[in-house]
Design a protein around this ligand. Structure first.
Ligand code: OOG
Ligand code: MG
Length: 262
C-alpha cells in the first residue's frame, strides 16, 4: 500500500466521475506509477462505498481477464476481480443506451449462483461445483474509463474492472450433467458470428475463476456469501459495439442472451 486515504478517495472520485459522465481519463498509473495491487483494490472499494452511500446495491461479483483471449487483447496476464451493481443490470432483449457509455464492448460469460458460501484459501473446482446452485449465461458490457481501453492491471482494478452493464438470460441449470469445459458459445453481432469459444477458454474451467475469487477474498478475510451471482469472465476477446448494433450469444445447453444498443 503506497497511498494515503485522501488520495484513495480522490482517485475513486476521479474514476467514478469518469463513469458517471461517460468521459474517458488517462490511466491512473501515469500520474501514480508506484501504485500497488492493494492500492488498486482500495480505490475499487472506495468506489463501491461511494455507490452504496447513494443507495446502489451490489448485484454480484465478477472475475475478469480469465481467458487467454482477453489477456492477450488487453496485454494483462493476471485475472482481476470487481463488483457489479443493481443499476448495471439490463433485461434480456433490452436496450442499452450508448450515450451513457464511453466505448462499450461485449463479453460472453458463464455465471454461477451459489447455494453455499465459498471460503478460501485452497478453494478449488470441486468446492465451487458443490457450492453452485445453478449456472446461467450472461453478456457483460465492459466500458473502461481509460482512453482507448489502454490500461495496466493496477489501473483496471482501480476502475472496478471496467464493469458497466450486464444482461443475464438463457436458462439456469444445475451443474450436474453439464460439462462446463466443452460448453460452446457463439456470439453474433447484427447476425454475423464475431466470436466463439468453449468454457475451457476461462482458466481451463470457468469454476476456476470462481475459486480464484474465493482465494483472493480470503487474503482479505472475506468469503463469497451464499446466493452470490458471479461472472466468470469473458471467454472470447471483447467485441466493440455502437448504437444500432444487436448482439446475441448462444450458449450450448444454456439458451441465449441478447440486447440492442441504442
Ligand atoms: C477489464 C475487464 C475484463 C473480463 O471478463 O475479462 C472482464 C477489461 O478488459 O476492460 O470483465
Ligand atoms: Mg467480463
Amino acid at each position: 500500500m503506497t497511498l494515503d486515504n485522501d488520495t484513495i478517495q480522490q482517485l475513486a472520485a476521479h474514476l467514478e466521475n469518469a463513469e458517471l459522465s461517460a468521459a474517458a481519463v488517462t490511466k491512473i498509473t501515469d500520474a501514480h506509477p508506484k501504485l500497488d495491487w492493494d492500492d488498486a483494490y482500495a480505490i475499487q472499494a472506495a468506489i463501491r462505498a461511494r455507490k452504496e452511500s447513494r443507495g446502489h446495491r451490489i448485484a454480484g461479483l465478477k472475475a475478469g481477464l480469465t481467458s487467454r483471449a482477453k489477456m492477450k487483447q488487453m496485454g494483462v496476464e493476471t485475472p482481476c476481480f470487481g463488483v457489479i451493481f443493481d443499476y448495471m443490470s439490463v433485461a434480456d432483449g433490452g436496450e442499452i443506451k450508448t450515450s451513457e457509455l464511453i466505448h462499450p464492448k461485449v463479453e460472453a460469460e458463464i455465471c454461477f449462483v451459489l447455494k453455499a458460501a465459498l471460503r478460501g484459501p485452497g478453494c478449488h473446482v470441486g468446492a465451487v461445483l458443490a457450492a453452485t446452485d445453478f449456472v446461467v449465461p450472461a453478456v457483460e458490457i465492459i466500458d473502461s474509463r481509460y482512453e482507448n481501453f489502454r490500461f495496466d492491471l493496477i489501473s483496471v482494478i482501480a476502475d472496478n474492472t471496467s464493469a458497466s452493464r450486464f444482461v443475464v438470460g438463457g436458462v439456469a441449470r444445475g451443474v450436474e450433467g453439464l460439462d462446463l469445459r466443452t460448453l460452446g458459445l457463439v456470439m453474433e453481432k447484427n447476425g454475423e458470428i464475431v466470436a466463439m469459444a468453449a468454457g475451457a477458454a476461462v482458466l481451463g474451467h470457468p469454476a476456476i475463476a470462481i475459486a480464484a475469487l474465493a482465494n483472493h477474498l480470503a487474503e482479505r478475510g472475506e468469503e463469497i456469501p451464499a446466493g452470490t451471482f458471479i461472472m466468470s469472465g469473458g471467454a472470447t476477446e471483447a467485441i466493440a459495439v455502437a448504437a444500432g448494433d444487436a448482439v446475441s450469444v448462444r450458449f450450448q445447453d444454456l439458451g441465449s442472451v441478447s440486447m440492442r444498443f441504442v
